[in-house]
Design a binder for this molecule. Structure first.
Ligand code: KIV
Ligand code: ZN
Length: 534
Protein backbone atom coordinates (compact mmCIF):
# COMPACT_ATOMS: atom_id res chain seq x y z
CA UNK A 1 0.00 0.00 0.00
CA UNK A 2 1.12 3.54 -0.61
CA UNK A 3 0.18 6.98 0.60
CA UNK A 4 0.32 8.16 -3.02
CA UNK A 5 -3.29 7.14 -3.70
CA UNK A 6 -4.81 9.66 -6.10
CA UNK A 7 -8.17 9.82 -4.41
CA UNK A 8 -9.39 10.57 -0.94
CA UNK A 9 -10.59 7.74 1.28
CA UNK A 10 -13.64 8.69 3.33
CA UNK A 11 -13.68 7.04 6.75
CA UNK A 12 -16.97 7.66 8.50
CA UNK A 13 -16.99 7.59 12.29
CA UNK A 14 -20.59 8.75 12.89
CA UNK A 15 -21.36 5.45 14.61
CA UNK A 16 -18.31 5.61 16.90
CA UNK A 17 -17.00 9.12 17.58
CA UNK A 18 -20.29 10.70 16.45
CA UNK A 19 -22.29 8.54 18.78
CA UNK A 20 -20.11 9.64 21.71
CA UNK A 21 -21.89 12.98 22.03
CA UNK A 22 -24.42 13.21 24.87
CA UNK A 23 -27.86 11.94 23.91
CA UNK A 24 -26.86 10.71 20.47
CA UNK A 25 -26.93 7.11 21.67
CA UNK A 26 -28.30 4.77 19.03
CA UNK A 27 -29.51 1.23 19.47
CA UNK A 28 -28.33 -1.64 17.28
CA UNK A 29 -31.13 -1.45 14.72
CA UNK A 30 -30.73 2.29 14.33
CA UNK A 31 -26.99 1.84 13.85
CA UNK A 32 -27.67 -0.73 11.18
CA UNK A 33 -30.06 1.59 9.33
CA UNK A 34 -27.41 4.32 9.37
CA UNK A 35 -24.66 1.91 8.30
CA UNK A 36 -26.73 0.80 5.29
CA UNK A 37 -27.25 4.41 4.31
CA UNK A 38 -23.53 5.15 4.72
CA UNK A 39 -22.85 2.27 2.34
CA UNK A 40 -25.29 3.81 -0.17
CA UNK A 41 -23.56 7.14 0.30
CA UNK A 42 -20.35 5.43 -0.78
CA UNK A 43 -18.09 5.82 2.25
CA UNK A 44 -14.97 3.66 2.03
CA UNK A 45 -14.71 2.75 5.70
CA UNK A 46 -17.39 2.62 8.41
CA UNK A 47 -16.13 2.78 11.98
CA UNK A 48 -19.06 0.82 13.38
CA UNK A 49 -18.24 1.18 17.06
CA UNK A 50 -15.93 0.28 19.90
CA UNK A 51 -16.56 -3.46 20.28
CA UNK A 52 -15.08 -3.80 23.76
CA UNK A 53 -16.99 -0.85 25.24
CA UNK A 54 -20.25 -2.69 25.94
CA UNK A 55 -22.16 -5.79 24.83
CA UNK A 56 -24.43 -3.47 22.81
CA UNK A 57 -21.45 -1.97 20.97
CA UNK A 58 -20.07 -5.43 20.29
CA UNK A 59 -23.36 -6.62 18.81
CA UNK A 60 -23.69 -3.48 16.70
CA UNK A 61 -20.22 -3.92 15.18
CA UNK A 62 -20.96 -7.59 14.56
CA UNK A 63 -24.32 -6.96 12.91
CA UNK A 64 -22.94 -4.21 10.69
CA UNK A 65 -20.02 -6.49 9.77
CA UNK A 66 -22.50 -9.22 8.84
CA UNK A 67 -24.97 -7.14 6.87
CA UNK A 68 -23.02 -4.21 5.43
CA UNK A 69 -19.54 -5.73 5.31
CA UNK A 70 -20.13 -7.53 2.01
CA UNK A 71 -17.61 -8.08 -0.75
CA UNK A 72 -18.42 -4.85 -2.55
CA UNK A 73 -19.39 -3.03 0.61
CA UNK A 74 -17.28 -0.70 2.73
CA UNK A 75 -14.51 -1.80 5.05
CA UNK A 76 -16.02 -2.27 8.51
CA UNK A 77 -13.84 -1.09 11.36
CA UNK A 78 -13.88 -1.31 15.15
CA UNK A 79 -11.97 0.90 17.54
CA UNK A 80 -9.77 -0.80 20.17
CA UNK A 81 -7.44 0.63 22.78
CA UNK A 82 -3.90 -0.72 22.56
CA UNK A 83 -4.92 -3.48 24.95
CA UNK A 84 -5.19 -7.18 24.12
CA UNK A 85 -8.78 -7.62 25.34
CA UNK A 86 -9.96 -4.67 23.22
CA UNK A 87 -8.22 -5.98 20.13
CA UNK A 88 -9.65 -9.47 20.66
CA UNK A 89 -13.18 -8.09 21.02
CA UNK A 90 -12.76 -6.02 17.85
CA UNK A 91 -11.41 -8.99 15.89
CA UNK A 92 -14.24 -11.22 17.08
CA UNK A 93 -16.99 -8.70 16.28
CA UNK A 94 -15.50 -8.03 12.84
CA UNK A 95 -15.27 -11.70 11.84
CA UNK A 96 -18.34 -11.65 9.55
CA UNK A 97 -17.04 -8.72 7.45
CA UNK A 98 -15.37 -9.48 4.13
CA UNK A 99 -13.24 -6.36 4.50
CA UNK A 100 -12.44 -5.60 8.13
CA UNK A 101 -10.12 -3.24 9.97
CA UNK A 102 -8.98 -2.93 13.56
CA UNK A 103 -8.28 0.66 14.59
CA UNK A 104 -6.07 0.68 17.66
CA UNK A 105 -4.79 3.74 19.49
CA UNK A 106 -2.72 5.04 22.38
CA UNK A 107 -1.90 8.60 23.38
CA UNK A 108 1.48 10.07 22.48
CA UNK A 109 1.37 13.63 23.87
CA UNK A 110 3.37 14.26 27.03
CA UNK A 111 0.35 15.69 28.78
CA UNK A 112 -1.64 12.48 28.19
CA UNK A 113 1.35 10.29 29.10
CA UNK A 114 1.97 12.10 32.35
CA UNK A 115 -1.55 12.65 33.65
CA UNK A 116 -3.70 10.00 31.98
CA UNK A 117 -1.59 6.98 31.11
CA UNK A 118 1.16 7.57 33.68
CA UNK A 119 3.61 5.90 31.33
CA UNK A 120 6.96 6.88 29.86
CA UNK A 121 7.53 7.44 26.16
CA UNK A 122 9.53 4.20 25.98
CA UNK A 123 6.61 2.27 27.50
CA UNK A 124 4.09 3.79 25.09
CA UNK A 125 6.34 3.07 22.12
CA UNK A 126 6.66 -0.58 23.15
CA UNK A 127 2.89 -0.97 23.75
CA UNK A 128 2.00 0.64 20.42
CA UNK A 129 4.37 -1.61 18.51
CA UNK A 130 3.34 -4.76 20.35
CA UNK A 131 -0.40 -4.11 20.05
CA UNK A 132 -0.25 -3.28 16.34
CA UNK A 133 1.58 -6.57 15.82
CA UNK A 134 -1.06 -8.31 17.92
CA UNK A 135 -3.88 -6.77 15.87
CA UNK A 136 -2.03 -7.82 12.71
CA UNK A 137 -2.22 -11.43 13.86
CA UNK A 138 -6.01 -11.22 13.32
CA UNK A 139 -6.21 -9.34 10.00
CA UNK A 140 -4.15 -7.44 7.47
CA UNK A 141 -5.92 -4.08 7.52
CA UNK A 142 -4.72 -2.28 10.66
CA UNK A 143 -5.04 1.39 11.54
CA UNK A 144 -3.01 2.96 14.31
CA UNK A 145 -3.73 6.33 15.95
CA UNK A 146 -1.28 8.16 18.20
CA UNK A 147 -3.96 10.00 20.18
CA UNK A 148 -3.43 13.75 20.67
CA UNK A 149 -0.84 13.59 17.87
CA UNK A 150 -1.27 17.28 17.10
CA UNK A 151 0.10 18.14 20.57
CA UNK A 152 2.76 15.41 20.61
CA UNK A 153 6.48 15.99 20.26
CA UNK A 154 7.11 15.53 16.50
CA UNK A 155 10.29 13.49 17.00
CA UNK A 156 8.47 11.04 19.29
CA UNK A 157 5.53 10.94 16.86
CA UNK A 158 7.86 10.02 13.95
CA UNK A 159 9.39 7.26 16.04
CA UNK A 160 6.00 5.81 17.02
CA UNK A 161 4.77 5.92 13.43
CA UNK A 162 7.88 4.27 12.05
CA UNK A 163 7.66 1.44 14.58
CA UNK A 164 3.92 0.86 14.18
CA UNK A 165 4.17 0.81 10.39
CA UNK A 166 7.00 -1.71 10.69
CA UNK A 167 4.74 -3.75 13.00
CA UNK A 168 2.01 -3.86 10.35
CA UNK A 169 -0.10 -0.68 10.45
CA UNK A 170 -1.45 -0.03 6.94
CA UNK A 171 -3.05 3.30 7.88
CA UNK A 172 -1.61 5.78 10.37
CA UNK A 173 -4.13 8.27 11.63
CA UNK A 174 -3.10 11.68 12.97
CA UNK A 175 -5.70 12.95 15.44
CA UNK A 176 -6.16 16.51 16.57
CA UNK A 177 -8.00 15.10 19.57
CA UNK A 178 -8.69 18.40 21.31
CA UNK A 179 -9.32 20.54 18.21
CA UNK A 180 -6.35 22.79 18.99
CA UNK A 181 -4.32 22.98 15.82
CA UNK A 182 -4.59 25.49 12.95
CA UNK A 183 -4.59 24.64 9.23
CA UNK A 184 -0.98 25.59 8.49
CA UNK A 185 0.27 23.84 11.63
CA UNK A 186 -1.67 20.68 10.77
CA UNK A 187 -0.38 20.76 7.18
CA UNK A 188 3.16 21.10 8.56
CA UNK A 189 2.64 18.06 10.83
CA UNK A 190 1.67 15.93 7.81
CA UNK A 191 4.58 17.28 5.79
CA UNK A 192 6.95 16.54 8.69
CA UNK A 193 5.67 12.96 8.87
CA UNK A 194 6.25 12.41 5.15
CA UNK A 195 9.75 13.84 5.40
CA UNK A 196 10.81 12.11 8.62
CA UNK A 197 9.17 8.70 8.80
CA UNK A 198 11.33 6.50 6.56
CA UNK A 199 8.69 3.81 5.88
CA UNK A 200 5.72 6.18 5.49
CA UNK A 201 5.27 5.03 1.87
CA UNK A 202 4.00 1.73 3.29
CA UNK A 203 0.95 3.32 4.93
CA UNK A 204 -1.91 5.66 4.13
CA UNK A 205 -1.84 8.88 6.14
CA UNK A 206 -5.21 9.59 7.70
CA UNK A 207 -6.43 12.59 9.69
CA UNK A 208 -8.96 12.84 12.50
CA UNK A 209 -9.97 16.09 14.17
CA UNK A 210 -12.40 17.79 16.49
CA UNK A 211 -14.02 21.11 15.89
CA UNK A 212 -13.40 22.97 19.15
CA UNK A 213 -12.13 26.05 17.30
CA UNK A 214 -14.30 25.47 14.22
CA UNK A 215 -11.20 24.55 12.21
CA UNK A 216 -11.54 20.81 11.69
CA UNK A 217 -12.54 20.91 8.00
CA UNK A 218 -9.96 23.59 7.15
CA UNK A 219 -7.29 21.56 8.95
CA UNK A 220 -8.17 18.44 6.96
CA UNK A 221 -8.06 20.25 3.62
CA UNK A 222 -4.59 21.54 4.44
CA UNK A 223 -3.62 18.00 5.44
CA UNK A 224 -4.81 16.75 2.03
CA UNK A 225 -2.58 19.31 0.30
CA UNK A 226 0.33 17.92 2.29
CA UNK A 227 -0.26 14.24 1.62
CA UNK A 228 -3.10 12.95 3.85
CA UNK A 229 -5.29 10.55 1.89
CA UNK A 230 -7.89 9.39 4.40
CA UNK A 231 -10.30 11.73 6.19
CA UNK A 232 -12.11 10.65 9.35
CA UNK A 233 -15.38 12.49 9.60
CA UNK A 234 -19.01 12.30 10.69
CA UNK A 235 -22.38 13.13 9.17
CA UNK A 236 -23.49 16.62 10.23
CA UNK A 237 -20.15 16.89 12.06
CA UNK A 238 -21.57 15.26 15.20
CA UNK A 239 -19.17 14.03 17.86
CA UNK A 240 -17.50 14.74 21.18
CA UNK A 241 -17.85 18.37 22.38
CA UNK A 242 -17.94 20.60 19.28
CA UNK A 243 -18.01 17.53 17.08
CA UNK A 244 -15.82 16.03 14.38
CA UNK A 245 -14.94 17.27 10.90
CA UNK A 246 -18.11 17.17 8.87
CA UNK A 247 -18.27 14.64 6.04
CA UNK A 248 -20.58 16.70 3.84
CA UNK A 249 -18.41 19.82 4.11
CA UNK A 250 -15.23 17.95 3.29
CA UNK A 251 -16.72 16.05 0.38
CA UNK A 252 -18.35 19.10 -1.16
CA UNK A 253 -15.25 21.26 -0.68
CA UNK A 254 -13.21 18.62 -2.49
CA UNK A 255 -15.89 18.35 -5.17
CA UNK A 256 -16.72 22.00 -5.82
CA UNK A 257 -13.03 23.02 -5.67
CA UNK A 258 -11.59 19.95 -7.36
CA UNK A 259 -9.66 22.01 -9.85
CA UNK A 260 -7.85 23.58 -6.90
CA UNK A 261 -7.16 20.22 -5.22
CA UNK A 262 -6.46 18.11 -8.32
CA UNK A 263 -2.74 18.98 -8.61
CA UNK A 264 -2.14 18.02 -4.98
CA UNK A 265 -3.36 14.54 -5.86
CA UNK A 266 -1.23 14.36 -8.98
CA UNK A 267 -4.16 14.93 -11.34
CA UNK A 268 -4.42 17.36 -14.24
CA UNK A 269 -5.96 20.61 -12.96
CA UNK A 270 -8.98 20.31 -15.23
CA UNK A 271 -9.84 16.73 -14.41
CA UNK A 272 -13.56 16.49 -13.67
CA UNK A 273 -13.21 13.12 -12.01
CA UNK A 274 -14.49 13.00 -8.46
CA UNK A 275 -11.90 13.06 -5.68
CA UNK A 276 -13.94 10.77 -3.45
CA UNK A 277 -16.23 7.77 -3.96
CA UNK A 278 -19.17 9.58 -2.36
CA UNK A 279 -22.49 9.74 -4.20
CA UNK A 280 -23.16 13.36 -3.31
CA UNK A 281 -26.89 13.02 -4.09
CA UNK A 282 -27.24 10.86 -0.99
CA UNK A 283 -25.83 13.55 1.32
CA UNK A 284 -29.02 15.34 2.31
CA UNK A 285 -30.91 12.14 2.95
CA UNK A 286 -28.09 10.76 5.10
CA UNK A 287 -27.95 13.99 7.05
CA UNK A 288 -31.68 13.86 7.82
CA UNK A 289 -31.54 10.21 8.79
CA UNK A 290 -28.67 10.79 11.23
CA UNK A 291 -30.34 13.88 12.66
CA UNK A 292 -33.66 12.07 13.15
CA UNK A 293 -32.21 8.98 14.73
CA UNK A 294 -29.69 10.71 16.99
CA UNK A 295 -31.94 13.64 17.90
CA UNK A 296 -29.03 15.98 17.06
CA UNK A 297 -30.58 18.85 15.14
CA UNK A 298 -28.81 20.47 12.22
CA UNK A 299 -28.44 24.23 12.68
CA UNK A 300 -30.28 26.11 9.89
CA UNK A 301 -27.14 27.89 8.66
CA UNK A 302 -25.02 24.72 8.63
CA UNK A 303 -23.02 24.49 5.39
CA UNK A 304 -24.35 22.00 2.79
CA UNK A 305 -27.20 20.44 4.82
CA UNK A 306 -28.68 23.31 6.87
CA UNK A 307 -32.24 24.40 6.01
CA UNK A 308 -30.92 27.78 4.81
CA UNK A 309 -27.85 26.50 2.99
CA UNK A 310 -29.43 27.06 -0.42
CA UNK A 311 -32.02 29.71 0.48
CA UNK A 312 -31.67 33.22 -0.92
CA UNK A 313 -33.50 35.85 1.09
CA UNK A 314 -32.09 39.15 -0.05
CA UNK A 315 -33.71 40.75 -3.07
CA UNK A 316 -30.37 41.34 -4.78
CA UNK A 317 -29.41 37.66 -4.41
CA UNK A 318 -32.80 36.42 -5.58
CA UNK A 319 -32.67 38.69 -8.59
CA UNK A 320 -29.20 37.45 -9.49
CA UNK A 321 -30.07 33.77 -9.03
CA UNK A 322 -33.17 34.11 -11.21
CA UNK A 323 -31.03 35.62 -13.98
CA UNK A 324 -28.22 33.12 -13.63
CA UNK A 325 -27.79 30.67 -10.75
CA UNK A 326 -24.02 31.08 -10.83
CA UNK A 327 -24.28 34.70 -9.64
CA UNK A 328 -24.74 33.61 -6.03
CA UNK A 329 -24.59 29.80 -6.04
CA UNK A 330 -21.39 27.80 -6.11
CA UNK A 331 -23.16 24.44 -6.28
CA UNK A 332 -26.53 23.13 -7.29
CA UNK A 333 -28.80 21.99 -4.44
CA UNK A 334 -29.61 18.90 -6.52
CA UNK A 335 -26.00 17.83 -6.23
CA UNK A 336 -26.53 17.07 -2.54
CA UNK A 337 -29.98 15.57 -3.13
CA UNK A 338 -31.78 18.58 -1.73
CA UNK A 339 -34.37 19.25 -4.38
CA UNK A 340 -35.30 15.71 -5.31
CA UNK A 341 -38.57 16.27 -3.52
CA UNK A 342 -41.19 15.23 -6.00
CA UNK A 343 -44.82 14.82 -5.12
CA UNK A 344 -45.15 11.13 -5.68
CA UNK A 345 -48.01 9.52 -3.88
CA UNK A 346 -51.50 10.29 -2.64
CA UNK A 347 -54.27 8.64 -0.71
CA UNK A 348 -55.20 6.38 -3.63
CA UNK A 349 -51.69 5.02 -4.04
CA UNK A 350 -51.48 1.34 -3.28
CA UNK A 351 -48.98 -0.82 -1.46
CA UNK A 352 -47.03 -1.59 -4.63
CA UNK A 353 -46.52 2.04 -5.55
CA UNK A 354 -45.52 2.72 -1.94
CA UNK A 355 -43.09 -0.17 -1.88
CA UNK A 356 -41.49 0.67 -5.21
CA UNK A 357 -41.02 4.38 -4.40
CA UNK A 358 -39.40 3.42 -1.10
CA UNK A 359 -37.12 1.09 -2.99
CA UNK A 360 -36.14 3.89 -5.37
CA UNK A 361 -35.40 6.03 -2.33
CA UNK A 362 -33.09 3.30 -1.09
CA UNK A 363 -35.22 1.94 1.76
CA UNK A 364 -34.99 -1.77 2.03
CA UNK A 365 -37.73 -2.70 4.51
CA UNK A 366 -38.77 -6.09 5.80
CA UNK A 367 -42.43 -7.09 5.22
CA UNK A 368 -43.34 -6.21 8.81
CA UNK A 369 -41.65 -2.81 8.58
CA UNK A 370 -43.31 -2.18 5.23
CA UNK A 371 -46.75 -3.03 6.63
CA UNK A 372 -46.26 -0.73 9.60
CA UNK A 373 -45.01 2.09 7.38
CA UNK A 374 -47.90 1.57 4.93
CA UNK A 375 -50.48 1.95 7.70
CA UNK A 376 -48.79 5.21 8.73
CA UNK A 377 -48.66 6.33 5.11
CA UNK A 378 -52.42 5.80 4.73
CA UNK A 379 -53.10 7.76 7.92
CA UNK A 380 -50.98 10.65 6.70
CA UNK A 381 -52.40 10.51 3.17
CA UNK A 382 -55.89 10.83 4.57
CA UNK A 383 -54.97 14.17 6.12
CA UNK A 384 -52.46 15.41 3.55
CA UNK A 385 -53.36 15.16 -0.11
CA UNK A 386 -49.94 14.97 -1.66
CA UNK A 387 -47.14 12.93 -0.20
CA UNK A 388 -43.62 13.93 -1.26
CA UNK A 389 -40.38 12.00 -1.05
CA UNK A 390 -39.46 13.90 2.10
CA UNK A 391 -42.80 13.01 3.69
CA UNK A 392 -42.12 9.38 2.83
CA UNK A 393 -38.71 9.58 4.41
CA UNK A 394 -40.18 11.14 7.56
CA UNK A 395 -42.81 8.39 7.78
CA UNK A 396 -40.33 5.59 7.26
CA UNK A 397 -37.66 7.05 9.54
CA UNK A 398 -40.29 7.40 12.20
CA UNK A 399 -41.44 3.83 11.81
CA UNK A 400 -38.01 2.31 11.74
CA UNK A 401 -36.82 4.37 14.66
CA UNK A 402 -36.27 1.76 17.25
CA UNK A 403 -36.88 3.48 20.57
CA UNK A 404 -37.86 0.58 22.83
CA UNK A 405 -41.61 0.12 22.73
CA UNK A 406 -42.25 0.18 26.48
CA UNK A 407 -44.85 2.90 27.01
CA UNK A 408 -47.18 3.54 24.10
CA UNK A 409 -49.26 6.60 23.37
CA UNK A 410 -52.88 5.50 22.97
CA UNK A 411 -54.64 8.85 23.23
CA UNK A 412 -53.76 12.52 23.38
CA UNK A 413 -56.41 15.14 23.82
CA UNK A 414 -55.84 18.82 24.51
CA UNK A 415 -57.95 21.81 25.15
CA UNK A 416 -56.36 25.24 24.79
CA UNK A 417 -57.00 28.67 23.39
CA UNK A 418 -56.72 32.35 24.19
CA UNK A 419 -58.95 32.32 27.27
CA UNK A 420 -58.49 28.72 28.30
CA UNK A 421 -56.15 26.98 30.70
CA UNK A 422 -54.22 24.49 28.54
CA UNK A 423 -55.34 21.05 29.67
CA UNK A 424 -54.29 17.64 28.39
CA UNK A 425 -55.53 14.12 28.87
CA UNK A 426 -53.28 11.24 27.84
CA UNK A 427 -53.68 7.51 27.85
CA UNK A 428 -50.54 5.39 27.77
CA UNK A 429 -50.21 1.65 27.53
CA UNK A 430 -47.65 0.52 30.10
CA UNK A 431 -44.97 -2.12 29.42
CA UNK A 432 -47.22 -4.54 31.33
CA UNK A 433 -50.10 -3.85 28.92
CA UNK A 434 -52.21 -1.78 31.30
CA UNK A 435 -53.90 1.38 30.02
CA UNK A 436 -53.39 4.37 32.30
CA UNK A 437 -55.02 7.74 31.82
CA UNK A 438 -54.13 11.00 33.51
CA UNK A 439 -54.64 14.70 32.95
CA UNK A 440 -52.75 17.90 33.71
CA UNK A 441 -52.81 21.65 33.24
CA UNK A 442 -49.76 23.36 31.74
CA UNK A 443 -48.47 26.70 30.50
CA UNK A 444 -49.29 25.56 26.95
CA UNK A 445 -50.68 22.42 25.29
CA UNK A 446 -47.31 20.67 24.99
CA UNK A 447 -46.44 21.45 28.59
CA UNK A 448 -49.81 20.07 29.68
CA UNK A 449 -49.27 16.89 27.63
CA UNK A 450 -45.78 16.40 29.10
CA UNK A 451 -47.05 16.93 32.63
CA UNK A 452 -49.82 14.39 32.08
CA UNK A 453 -47.30 11.88 30.65
CA UNK A 454 -45.00 12.46 33.64
CA UNK A 455 -47.85 11.62 35.99
CA UNK A 456 -48.17 8.23 34.28
CA UNK A 457 -44.51 7.35 33.69
CA UNK A 458 -43.23 8.88 36.91
CA UNK A 459 -39.51 9.13 36.11
CA UNK A 460 -38.23 12.58 37.09
CA UNK A 461 -36.35 14.24 34.24
CA UNK A 462 -35.49 17.64 32.87
CA UNK A 463 -36.50 18.65 29.35
CA UNK A 464 -33.46 20.34 27.84
CA UNK A 465 -34.43 20.72 24.20
CA UNK A 466 -37.67 20.80 22.29
CA UNK A 467 -37.89 21.60 18.61
CA UNK A 468 -40.56 21.42 15.92
CA UNK A 469 -39.70 21.50 12.24
CA UNK A 470 -41.92 21.04 9.25
CA UNK A 471 -40.87 18.46 6.67
CA UNK A 472 -42.25 20.39 3.70
CA UNK A 473 -43.92 23.77 3.24
CA UNK A 474 -47.70 24.15 3.56
CA UNK A 475 -50.27 24.21 6.32
CA UNK A 476 -50.82 20.45 6.10
CA UNK A 477 -47.09 19.65 6.41
CA UNK A 478 -45.84 16.85 8.60
CA UNK A 479 -44.26 18.27 11.74
CA UNK A 480 -41.17 16.64 13.19
CA UNK A 481 -40.54 17.01 16.89
CA UNK A 482 -37.15 16.35 18.41
CA UNK A 483 -36.60 16.46 22.14
CA UNK A 484 -33.75 15.82 24.50
CA UNK A 485 -34.12 15.22 28.19
CA UNK A 486 -31.69 14.80 31.01
CA UNK A 487 -31.85 12.19 33.74
CA UNK A 488 -29.03 12.54 36.27
CA UNK A 489 -25.95 12.94 34.04
CA UNK A 490 -27.39 11.18 30.98
CA UNK A 491 -29.17 12.68 28.00
CA UNK A 492 -31.85 10.83 26.02
CA UNK A 493 -33.39 11.93 22.75
CA UNK A 494 -36.72 11.28 21.11
CA UNK A 495 -38.06 12.06 17.67
CA UNK A 496 -41.47 11.71 16.06
CA UNK A 497 -43.32 12.92 12.97
CA UNK A 498 -47.03 13.54 12.58
CA UNK A 499 -49.35 15.99 10.85
CA UNK A 500 -50.53 16.91 14.37
CA UNK A 501 -47.62 18.47 16.22
CA UNK A 502 -49.17 17.86 19.65
CA UNK A 503 -49.36 14.15 18.89
CA UNK A 504 -45.78 14.25 17.52
CA UNK A 505 -44.68 16.05 20.71
CA UNK A 506 -46.27 13.39 22.90
CA UNK A 507 -44.77 10.59 20.82
CA UNK A 508 -41.27 12.13 20.80
CA UNK A 509 -41.41 12.58 24.59
CA UNK A 510 -42.55 9.00 25.15
CA UNK A 511 -39.78 7.75 22.81
CA UNK A 512 -37.17 9.56 24.90
CA UNK A 513 -38.75 8.33 28.15
CA UNK A 514 -38.72 4.79 26.78
CA UNK A 515 -34.99 5.05 26.17
CA UNK A 516 -34.51 6.39 29.68
CA UNK A 517 -36.75 3.71 31.13
CA UNK A 518 -34.94 0.94 29.22
CA UNK A 519 -31.57 2.18 30.44
CA UNK A 520 -32.85 2.15 34.04
CA UNK A 521 -34.14 -1.37 33.61
CA UNK A 522 -31.10 -2.91 32.00
CA UNK A 523 -28.49 -0.61 33.55
CA UNK A 524 -26.24 -1.84 30.75
CA UNK A 525 -22.87 -0.94 32.17
CA UNK A 526 -20.12 -0.23 29.66
CA UNK A 527 -16.97 -2.10 30.52
CA UNK A 528 -14.31 0.06 32.10
CA UNK A 529 -13.02 2.12 29.21
CA UNK A 530 -12.34 5.36 31.00
CA UNK A 531 -8.63 4.89 31.61
CA UNK A 532 -8.03 6.04 28.05
CA UNK A 533 -11.39 7.57 27.32
CA UNK A 534 -11.48 8.26 23.62
O1 KIV B 1 -10.17 12.10 18.90
C1 KIV B 1 -9.40 11.11 18.91
O2 KIV B 1 -8.20 11.22 19.13
C2 KIV B 1 -9.99 9.80 18.64
C3 KIV B 1 -9.01 8.69 18.41
C4 KIV B 1 -9.47 7.41 18.99
C5 KIV B 1 -8.75 8.55 16.93
O3 KIV B 1 -11.19 9.67 18.51
ZN1 ZN C 1 -12.10 11.67 18.07
Amino acid sequence: MTNKTDRIIIFDTTLRDGEQCPGATLNIDEKLVIAKQLARLGVDVIEAGFAFASPGDFEAVKKIAQIVGTENGPVVCSLARAIKADIEAAAEALKPAVNARIHTFISTSDIHLEYQLRKSRAEVLAIAEEMVAYAKSFMTDIEFSPMDAARSDPEFLYQVLERTIAAGATTVNIPDTVGYTTPSEFGAIIKGIIENVPNIDQAIISVHGHNDLGLAVANFLEAVKNGARQLECTINGIGERAGNASLEELVMALHVRRQYFNPYLGRPENSQESLTNIDTRQIYKTSRLVSNLTGMLVQPNKAIVGANAFAHESGIHQDGVLKNKLTYEIMDAQLVGLTDNQIVLGKHSGRNAFRSRLKELGFDLSDTELNKAFVRFKEVADKKKEISDWDLEAIVNDEIQQAPDLFRVELVQVSCGSNARPTATVTLRTPEGEELTDAAIGTGPVDAVYKAINRVVNVPNQLIEFSVQSVTAGIDAIGEVTIRLRYESKVFSGHAANTDIIVASAQAYVNALNRLYASLQTQEKPQEVTAQKV
